[in-house]
Structures are given as structure tokens and as C-alpha cells.
Write a protein that binds this ligand. Structure first.
Ligand code: PRX
Length: 641
């Protein structure tokens, strides 16, 4: 069965069918894949109870579908093209046959190291082909991979290892990012002082820099691969609902949670959505610029493209190295057909001027994609006109770590597009807008809470080790619906515009952070007594981080720079550089209600430089606090804007 829909009319037909007979619809799509045993039941469970099971009875291995299945017809076709950080370094093209061999060799080495089905393996790695290979090797042997973005700190890595009770870490000596190197192995060493579950560390040699190895625990990747002579790696037979991976993401409370995705449903949905959103045709070169440390990299660098037998480009570097035309140079070099990036990258490249784009031949581009945060109209038009020459549809893809795959988006050039609108839902996805009482909003252009009415195959199954948290975050707020945490509007034609988070999650350069998580990191610095973090509109990052911090003693003006540096250090230590606050404002008190709740609404306004009209402040314990914060913010705000 062909996964790809090729006209708008057939999208409408598929959509109708998927809503009227979802079981039949998904059962037919599932039949396009290879299973060791077919499913007995398409969907089993209930949204009310947060109990989600797809394709029960089905047995499979996702790598058979991503690799073995293509060997006969396209074994010599490129599966992965790897572009290194430095444009003068050697690039790599890996055919399906070679990728299959390398995944099998890696999988059998993992088995020889004692890794078994269900064991958790942490991947803390640079964007080299070995990362994709390690992911697939875990899937081959039924180990649960958990990729941790290689910009997280030792503490953040340790938190994830401990939560997952992982047995192994796969890492590298260092990673290269633009002109910098990051010492991954020493971060791992620091993390492992508090992670007794880890038995082995596999270390890839990337830069060759000196790297202390602990003889009982650490093995160089090349030695680990050489020691395992057996390159035959029979696939583990997985139940459809066996976990495939855990990926940690931030929520509005507590520590990041491990989103669990399972094998069958994730495979079916990522493959289906990739084929349709990007309208991939055989021979196309597809490039997603995300890092595999995030869900976008999982679903649309590795699994979605490979399940479709596509050629996926993997890039080690950053958009501005060696200069701000790197993305476009790479598009020209490989004649990229589908290009998928984030609004924050578009905005930062836009600031470097159109010349960087215009000096490159981008005539192969067919589809441009964006993901991770709302795209503002100005960036949308620049992307459309300067990059796409008004000739490439923009697919503004809305989805989440928890949804596993793209939920709302145009499908290549089939669908209508509207600036800053994700557009229409994919087949099988039934989005609704609810008011805070849970009533459905049916009139157009009214903002509501974005929820999904019926289950889809790649939805979150649980939060690792804490199902209760999964239920209370996603399934209980509005019984019978999955609650996304986003606010959105629908126009008269049903085109959806996602406005942003309605909870205490902020989205900085497309990366999610819970305000509570950053506050807790700030409070770890000895000087902070209490803090409150809010997002503010940021020209490049989408949102910036503004922290209001109470210290034990007032800090004299001339010491504030040093005090801020200590707080930033603490955030970098607890989470990583990516969560550094953009602004730290020292305050004597926070605006709290009589019941002790911080009125973030006021802080958000202040952080956005909006100093008038705070609405009803009668529930504040001490309304004079607001005045003092505003006066203090004005000097800070004007100094930094
Ligand atoms: O607020 C939405 C925003 O990113 C959140 C999900 O973040 P994460 O799980 O890290 O996944 C990002 C990549 C899939 C959403 O709740 N978001 C994502 N895509 C869009 C978006 N907001 C508006 N438009 C989008 N296209």
C-alpha cells in the first residue's frame, strides 16, 4: 500500500475515512509494513483512562522496516548523507546496505556486552552517523534508547540516567559545534559519580583529544565493535506495545519527564506523516536540521525517512559556521529537495541578510518545513520569498515530543497555506478547541485550549516510572481528550494557528523548559532565596528567559554583575547553557496572592516591557510589591533593549 496521498481531494477523502472509521483506516496503513505477526486489534484502550494500545497482537522489529525491507530494491541507494561540522572535512554517504551492516554490527556488539531487550541505553553523542546507528542498533535488539541532547549538563544527564535506571551510556570524547568543542566524556564522568546503574560506557573517538578511560567501565567504540566478530544480528521480536524509546522533556512542574513511545504505533505514524507532509519522492534528498537529541531528530531524521526508504541528510554543525550561509551552501552542495528547520534558525539567518542565501543555487528545493514554535509572519514571508523564491510550499508542522509525529500541517504542495498557521490536521488527527470549562468552541477565530479528541498511533503511552503524572498532565484535565498545553485558534476554513503554551512551559529557540525547572536551578545557587521565571518575546529565540530573584541580602549595584554570573553558573550546572536566563532582575519580593501563589501574569507583562495596567491586583498580599518591581525593571529593561 502506498502511504503517500497525492492530491488535496484524496487528503479530504482520507481524512473523512480516518475520522469515521479510524480502526479500519489505521489497520490498512499498518498493512504497508512488515510484521512477524499481524495485529489482532487495531486500537485497544480508552482516552478517558489514559490507556492507549495500538496494534495489539502485532509483532515486529522497526529496523526490519527501516532497513532490511529496502535492501533488495534500494540496497545501494544512499540512506544517510553525513555533512561534517567543518565543510573541508570528509563527508560520508552510507547506503542502505552499509547502514544495515553497521547497525547489525553495533547491535551484536551491544548484545555481547550484555544489553538485552528492555534495558535502557543512554546516548549522549554528537551528530555523527554513529548516533543514528546506535539508535537503530538499540531498536534492533529491543533495548530502549534514550537520547540526551549533548548540550545538557552533567547534573541533567545524571537525572535522566537515574530516572531511566539505564545500564549503559554511549558517548564520544568530544563533540564539535562550530568553532568549539564540547568535552562530552568528562561530562559523562561527572554524571556517573551518582549513577550506579551504569555498567559500561562506550566512547566514540571524534576529535582524538586526551580522554581518561576507566578500565573496568569504559570501552572505545572501535574496540567494542572489533571485539564482536558477529555481524549477524537477528532482530528482536517486539510486541507492538513494547517500548521503543524514552525521551525526556520539560513539563510545568518538577523534573523533566520521560515520554515513552512504543514500537508499532510510532512506526506507522512517523512513516505515514513523513511521506505525506514532505511529499517525498524516490531520489529526493531530504534534510532536517534538528539534533537527534530532540523528538524532531528521532521522528524526522531517523525513523520517518528510513521507514520510507528515503535519503536523509544529517548535519553535525551549526547554521552560522563557518559563516551564516552554511545551510544554503549545504542545500546547494547536495541539491536538497525538502528542507526542514526551526523558526529560530530562520530568524537568525534572516538577520544576516538575503545575500547569504542568494549566492547559492537553491533551485532543487521543493518543500520547506518549520517546527518547534510559532513562526511569525515576517519570518514566514522571508522563508517563502528569499529561500523558497515563492515557489515552495511551507509546511508549518505543529506537534510535540508527546505526539511522536506531526499532527497539524500542510502536506507539501497539496494543501492551502496561510502565514503563521499550521493549517489542517493530518488524517487520523481530530483537534478541538476547548474553553477552560471543557466546552468545545465551535465559532471561528476564538482562542481556546488545543486538545485532541481521538487517539492516534504515535501518542505518548506513559511517563517513565510515573504513569500518574502522565494521566494528570494529559488525560485528566479534559476527560476523553488529550490536552496539549497549547492555546490555538481556528479560522473559518478550519486552518489552525497555534499561539503558544498556556502552562508554565517556555519555548526558547524551540527548546522546552519548565519555569519550575529553571527556578529550581537558580535556587541551587547559594545566594538565591526564591525566584520566578517567565518568558518574554525575543526577536530571535521566540522567547527569552527573564528571572526575578530574591536574595538573602540586597545586592549592591556594583556587585550585581558577579551575582548574576553565579546564578548563571548554577543554571548551567543544573541544566546546561541552553537554559541560561537572558535577564536576571533582583527583587525584594514577588507579587503573591494571599494564598501564596505567584501572579505570573504580572511578571510576564513586566518582562515584556509593558508597565501599565496590571488588571485586578486586589488578591495580592502586598500590591506595593508591583510598583517596586516595575521601577526596578524599567532601568534593567531600558539598559538591555
Ligand atoms: O508549543 C508548541 C511548540 O512546541 C511545543 C512542543 O515542544 P517539543 O515537545 O519540544 O517538540 C518540538 C518539536 C516537535 C508545542 O507544545 N510548537 C511545536 N511546533 C509548533 C509549535 N508551536 C507553533 N507552531 C508549530 N509549528
Amino acid at each position: 500500500m502506498e502511504l503517500r496521498i497525492d492530491t488535496f481531494k484524496s487528503y479530504q477523502t482520507a481524512y473523512l475515512k480516518s475520522i469515521e472509521s479510524p480502526q479500519l483506516f489505521w489497520s490498512e496503513i499498518a498493512s504497508a509494513f512488515e510484521w512477524f505477526a499481524p495485529h489482532q486489534q487495531t486500537f485497544n484502550g480508552s482516552m478517558e483512562e489514559g490507556n492507549i494500545r495500538w496494534f495489539d497482537g502485532g509483532k515486529l522489529n522497526i529496523t526490519i522496516n527501516a532497513l532490511d525491507r529496502h535492501l533488495e530494491s534500494k540496497g545501494n541507494d544512499p540512506a544517510i548523507i553525513w555533512e561534517p561540522n567543518d565543510p573541508d572535512d570528509l563527508n560520508e554517504t552510507i547506503s542502505y546496505k552499509q547502514l544495515h551492516q553497521r547497525v547489525c554490527a553495533f547491535g551484536s556488539a551491544l548484545r555481547s556486552c550484555g544489553i538485552e531487550k528492555g534495558d535502557r541505553v543512554i546516548l549522549y553523542m554528537p551528530m555523527t552517523p554513529e548516533l543514528a546507528i546506535a539508535v537503530l542498533a538499540c531498536a534492533r535488539i529491543g533495548a530502549v534508547h534514550s537520547v540526551v541532547f549533548a548540550g545538557f549538563s552533567a547534573q541533567a544527564l545524571a537525572d535522566r540516567i537515574q530516572d531511566a535506571q539505564a545500564k549503559m551510556v554511549i558517548t564520544a570524547d568530544e563533540s564539535r559545534r562550530g568553532g568549539k568543542t564540547i568535552p562530552l566524556k568528562s561530562v559523562v564522568d561527572a554524571a556517573l559519580t551518582s549513577c550506579p546503574s551504569i555498567e559500561k560506557v562506550i566512547v566514540q573517538r571524534v576529535t582524538g583529544s586526551a580522554c581518561p578511560m576507566e578500565s573496568e567501565r569504559d570501552i572505545w567504540m572501535h574496540e567494542f565493535l572489533a571485539a564482536s566478530k558477529d555481524s549477524n544480528c537477528p532482530p528482536e521480536i517486539m510486541e507492538a506495545e513494547d517500548p521503543l524509546f524514552i525521551l525526556y522533556t520539560s513539563g510545568s512542574t518538577g523534573k523533566p519527564k520521560g515520554v515513552v513511545h512504543t514500537t508499532g504505533g510510532y512506526m506507522v505514524y512517523t512513516a505515514y506523516s513523513f511521506a505525506n507532509v514532505f511529499q517525498y519522492e524516490p531520489g529526493d534528498i531530504y534534510w532536517c536540521t534538528a539534533d537527534i537529541g530532540w523528538i524532531t531528530g528521532h521522528s524526522y531524521i531517523i525513523y520517518g525517512p528510513l521507514l520510507n526508504g528515503a535519503t536523509t541528510l544529517m548535519f553535525e554543525g551549526i547554521p552560522t559556521y563557518p559563516d551564516a550561509s552554511r545551510f544554503w551552501a549545504v542545500c546547494e552542495k547536495y541539491r536538497v529537495n525538502q528542507f526542514y528547520t526551526a523558526p529560530t534558525a530562520i530568524r537568525s539567518l534572516m538577520a544576516s541578510g538575503r545575500k547569504c542565501v542568494e549566492k547559492h543555487d537553491l533551485s532543487a528545493l521543493k518543500v520547506l518545513g518549520t517546527v518547534g514554535e510559532p513562526i511569525n509572519e515576517e519570518a514566514w514571508h522571508w522563508y517563502n520569498e528569499v529561500v523558497g523564491k515563492s515557489n515552495c510550499p511551507i509546511v508549518d508542522t505543529w506537534w510535540q515530543t508527546e505526539t511522536g509525529g506531526i499532527m497539524i500541517s500542510g502536506l507539501g504542495n497539496l494543501s492551502p497555506t496561510k502565514p503563521a498557521h499550521a493549517g489542517l490536521p493530518l488524517p487520523g488527527i481530530d483537534p478541538v478547541l476547548l474553553d477552560p470549562e471543557g466546552n468545545e468552541i465551535t465559532q471561528p477565530n476564538i482562542e481556546g485550549l488545543l486538545c485532541i479528541r481521538s487517539p492516534w498511533p504515535s501518542m505518548i503511552r506513559t511517563t517513565y516510572g510515573d504513569h500518574e503524572r502522565c494521566l494528570s498532565t494529559y488525560f485528566r484535565p479534559f476527560p476523553g481528550y488529550y490536552f496539549t498545553g497549547d492555546g490555538a485558534r481556528k479560522d473559518e476554513l478550519g486552518m489552525i494557528r497555534v499561539i503558544g503554551r498556556v502552562d508554565d512551559v517556555i519555548n526558547v529557540s524551540g527548546h522546552r523548559f519548565g519555569t519550575a525547572e529553571i527556578e529550581s536551578a537558580i535556587n541551587q545557587s547559594e545566594m538565591a532565596v526564591e525566584s520566578a521565571v517567565v518568558g518574554f518575546d525575543h526577536e530571535i529565540k521566540g522567547q527569552g528567559i527573564h528571572a526575578f530573584v530574591i536574595t538573602e541580602e540586597p545586592i549592591p549595584l556594583h556587585d550585581q554583575g558577579a551575582a548574576r554570573a553565579r546564578i548563571i553558573d548554577s543554571v548551567e550546572r543544573e541544566i546546561g547553557k541552553i537554559a541560561r536566563p537572558d535577564r536576571i532582575q533582583f527583587v525584594a519580593a514577588l507579587p503573591k496572592t494571599r494564598s501564596g501563589k505567584i501572579m505570573r501574569r504580572i511578571l510576564r507583562k513586566v518582562a515584556n516591557g509593558d508597565f501599565d495596567g496590571f488588571g485586578d491586583t486586589s488578591t495580592l498580599l502586598d500590591p506595593s510589591v508591583v510598583e517596586s518591581i516595575v521601577n526596578n525593571a524599567k532601568s534593567l529593561w531600558f539598559a538591555t533593549n
